[in-house]
Design a protein around this ligand. Sequence first.
Ligand code: SF4
Ligand code: SF4
Length: 241
Amino acid sequence: MKKHKIRLRIYILVALVLTLPILINVYSPILMVWGIRNGIITASFLIFAAWFMLSLFMGRSVSCAYTCPYGALQEILGIHVSKKKPKSEKANKIRYFISVIFLLLVSFLIFNLGVAKNIDLFASNDDLQLIILITISIITISLLSILFGSRAFCRYLCPQGVFLTIGSKIGRKIKIPSLQLKSTPNNCSNCKLCDKSCPMGLDVNQMVTNSTLNDLNCILCGECIEKCPKDAINYSFTAKD
Ligand code: SF4
Ligand code: SF4
């Protein structure tokens, strides 16, 4: 796939952050769980379901890199904070643990209350408790990014990121052509501009050198592609893993 110019992405992120006061009524994981608990299908549930389907062939690009307002907020707030790189194993263990809790909670609610029957896309409008909870969660993820660097919540805690990673793994397992990164290690000059640009704090230079670009935490944002002066990283759309 031809190298993309993705400067547009930063404008999309800014737009997502500026419209966050509206978007919290449309998309929030808290809203999704609240809807399941009350037998209501919310816009959040439908958006997450669409993200999961898209993850089969677009990985986490459509969701995490381009449309999640909470990811956008974290990236913008943490853009100048030096990213404290997580030991990938440790970060993954924490995220998987939280995801299991999240899944158990949702399963428990569905098991006890049955499948949601009503659709109410903007269910949070008149629920003050819910708005307070969402506001606290936004403040918390903002502080995490300011303290630990861009997308700290995505890197350590986001359960949805895990489900979207699972979606992208399923897509690759059943050999659906999907968006991936490919490297040309011979082009690499080890300048490490890709490391500095990665909003997920990944060691992209090493990934390029080892030809292991399919990291679980990569959101396929394309920042490393944009920054690489040697054309050592590109997108590809392939069924190969
Ligand atoms: S490795 Fe590249 S595409 Fe993946 S998250 Fe980092 S900058 Fe984005
Ligand atoms: S930006 Fe490109 S040339 Fe520089 S280290 Fe990364 S892959 Fe290599």
